[in-house]
Design a protein around this ligand. Structure first.
Ligand SMILES: *[C@@H]1O[C@H](CO)[C@@H](O)[C@H](O)[C@H]1NC(C)=O
Ligand SMILES: *[C@@H]1O[C@H](CO)[C@@H](O)[C@H](O)[C@H]1NC(C)=O
Ligand SMILES: *[C@@H]1O[C@H](CO)[C@@H](O)[C@H](O)[C@H]1NC(C)=O
Length: 345
């Protein structure tokens, strides 16, 4: 059978679904759901919900971005950031490392999308960050040299941070229970994962590549990098207990150093997510694909929780014997290939 070769990249891009990760529960944070609950108040969220539909749309995009990145970062873990309501809702009701990661990446996702929308000229009440003159320049981390100047419009991270705070943090202002303190801390950590990693990026101007003048912007890292940073913070997250004043927390062990603003914190131990448990939002790992030889978290040893794995054979169709036809087509045969992988018992 002859078939036209499908570009591989198309197969790798999976659509971001508007799934239940963002629906059904305020805790899980569907921006529209949040808005419904906020109708009565005169808060900043209420203002966004009522008067700023475009901003709200970018906020919702930010939550979706956070969701798909969470799933990428946790794809090999026992808890894989599944968007199934029965899981994520339960996870968000607790205060574990996983809860902390999700809160942090949501705060980062909103900051990122709002900042990017500003740079692209969206009419959401922001202006470009003017970095050329004045005090703001001093706050900037990257230094600029003599043959460089700031672009007239650079990424306005402060605006993204502000809107992320307005939407997420303001409603908790008057509360100081442990879960709220932890949540607010992790929101900050999520946003700092972007802010602390802004980089100067310059373009050359001037006669044919002479590069006598460069214009620069202060640029956010891409979201994959932010997800990676937060995943590392998740791995090194600090457990905290209530402080003596009732308004703060402190590390559980006296010898542990105080978590910095960019560290993730949590107050409850996670379950091991090995077996199904609806109270905990765990589906267990039975049937999950694992890697027989890997010593890491994707390895059958860890993923299957010691229950062992079995191998599964599958036949996959692949393009093969491709030929180039003049002009400009690539035609391929379809071949069957046998594939073996392991799944947890
Ligand atoms: C589910 O987890 C909870 C909390 O750890 C525990 O009390 C309960 O016994 C578990 N249920 C099952 C069916 O294992
Ligand atoms: C995530 O885990 C669930 C439950 O263990 C499983 O059904 C699902 O296929 C997993 N998703 C991915 C992308 O591996
Ligand atoms: C399985 O793990 C090994 C060792 O980490 C790695 O070299 C290999 O590429 C992995 N295989 C798959 C299919 O991911």
């Amino acid at each position: 059978m002859r078939a036209v070769l499908v570009p591989v990249c198309l197969l790798l891009v999976s659509p971001i679904s508007t799934s239940s990760w963002t629906s059904s529960s305020e805790l899980v944070l569907n921006p529209n759901q949040v808005c419904k609950k906020m109708r009565q108040s005169r808060s900043k969220i209420h203002d966004i919900c009522k008067n700023k539909p475009d901003l709200l749309k970018h906020i919702a995009d930010g939550v979706r971005l956070a969701q798909s990145e969470c799933q990428y970062q946790f794809r090999y873990r026992r808890w894989n950031c599944t968007n199934a309501k029965k899981s994520i809702k339960k996870v968000m009701l607790r205060d574990t490392r996983e809860t902390g990661f999700v809160n942090a990446i949501i705060a980062a996702g909103i900051t990122f999308q709002v900042t990017r929308a500003c740079k692209q000229g969206a009419q959401i009440g922001c202006s470009c960050d003017k970095l050329r003159k004045g005090r703001k320049n001093k706050k900037l981390k990257p230094k600029i040299s003599e043959d460089e100047k700031w672009d007239y419009c650079t990424e306005n991270i402060e605006y993204g941070i502000k809107k992320s705070k307005d939407f997420l943090d303001t409603r908790y202002k008057k509360r100081s229970d442990m879960k709220t303190l932890v949540k607010l801390h992790n929101y900050v950590a999520g946003r700092l994962a972007i802010k602390n990693d802004m980089k100067k990026e310059c373009k050359c101007h001037g006669l044919s590549g002479s590069c006598t003048l460069k214009s620069c912007i202060n640029k956010m890292p891409n979201f994959r990098k932010i997800g990676h940073t937060l995943k590392q913070r998740f791995d090194g997250a600090a457990k905290v207990i209530p402080g003596n004043d009732g308004k703060s927390f402190m590390p559980e062990g006296a010898t542990i150093k105080y978590p910095s603003r960019s560290d993730l914190v949590y107050s409850e131990e996670s379950s091991n997510f090995c077996n199904p448990n609806s109270t905990l939002g765990s589906f267990g790992t039975q049937g999950r694909k694992c890697n027989e030889t890997s010593p890491g978290e994707d390895g059958c040893a860890i993923l299957c929780c010691g229950r062992g794995s079995r191998s599964v054979k599958e036949v996959v169709q692949k393009s093969c014997r491709c030929e180039f036809h003049f002009c400009c087509d690539v035609k391929c045969d379809t071949c069957n290939e046998q594939n073996t992988y392991h799944v947890c018992q």
